[in-house]
Design a protein around this ligand. Sequence first.
Ligand SMILES: Cc1cc2nc3c(=O)[nH]c(=O)nc-3n(C[C@H](O)[C@H](O)[C@H](O)COP(=O)(O)OP(=O)(O)OC[C@H]3O[C@@H](n4cnc5c(N)ncnc54)[C@H](O)[C@@H]3O)c2cc1C
Length: 360
Amino acid sequence: MPISYLCGMIDYLIVGLGLAGISFCEQLEGNSKTYRVIADKSQTSSVVAGGLYNPVILKRFTLAWNAKEQLEQALPFYEKLSKKLQVQLDFKIPVLRRFASIEEQNMWFEASDKPQLNYFLSTTIKKNNNISFDAPFGYGEVRHTGRIDTKVLLVNYERYLLEKELLQQETFDYTCLEINEDAITYKGVTAKKIIFATGFGLTDNPFFNYLPLNGTKGELLTIKAPALKEENVIKSSVFIIPLGSDLYRVGATYKWKDKTNLPTEESKLELLEKLDTFLNCAYEVVDHVAGIRPTVADRRPLVGQHPDEKKLFILNGFGSRGVMIAPTASASLYQFIENKEAIHPEMNIARFTKKYYQKK
Ligand SMILES: Cc1cc2nc3c(=O)[nH]c(=O)nc-3n(C[C@H](O)[C@H](O)[C@H](O)COP(=O)(O)OP(=O)(O)OC[C@H]3O[C@@H](n4cnc5c(N)ncnc54)[C@H](O)[C@@H]3O)c2cc1C
């Protein structure tokens, strides 16, 4: 049904249905607000994501920004969604960080002694018991980690919204947006507020494209490796994430120039080259996907209200950690709009207001 058939004023119009859009819909459902969603398939980040939630940065052995708080909100959030959609979303799997040297083992021990990190990092070295891996220095185990099946989440949430006639599958046309004193109107739909949750699609948004969203392309392979028999996530120069049925996701790449969602031969070769440095068993590549992570120059989310147009809001900039960030960022935006609670200054787009007036 075209969205224009729906009449009467609704509370919110949401543009985009990735992790950001879904998490904001959930805030609205939890608070009995009326809403509609408009989304196309131009961006693929949430569909192709590895889906890992891991609070530790495994290059430097430090805690990711606000990670503990994010995880505390994220796990019940996905559990609730799982029950609502009646699908399994959360696969709790430890992440094993492969050590490349004795020095790395020592760095791990130092890190695991720190008060914030010792909840997540085990203090013993795990020996490698899988003959398919070359890991002479063993692994450090990160606890309280896992994988959210983002593709299953997206497919099922989309279906849920379609059944409730809340989703219009089309590209948002910015020239059709009318901003009035009390509301916004878009193709016959009147809403009190509009939330843009368009991931890297932000670059087409004339209201918010002053924000420094760089976008980082990522590619992932799926391999079938019947001999591998690994149940943990292995992190070496690439991640290997077990999916079940002898399938494993291998990734990801980080590229800053190419802004397309197309898989490339170059990245495939890069991933396979890295994989072959520590995986010995036979495998075949069965899938290859790509997407643009909505990354920001200062590595913090983009959450808040337009500097001039007070009915326009943004929920974006989740970078490479959307699974963990989406629930807290969406809750924060909702509380800001409805209850005037301050948005954490590091996520608030107010930090870029100067840029807006410079561009104007
Ligand atoms: C290869 C790869 C691996 C990743 N692995 C992980 C991981 O393991 N763990 C993790 O936490 N994160 C991971 N990420 C990052 C994660 O995917 C992102 O942080 C998150 O998905 C961003 O969600 P989003 O909703 O902001 O954007 P998106 O998922 O891009 O969603 C935006 C939505 O808006 C729609 N849209 C855009 N413009 C318009 C328009 N004009 N009209 C209508 N609709 C529009 C898009 O089509 C899409 O539906 C990975 C990303 C990539 C690319």
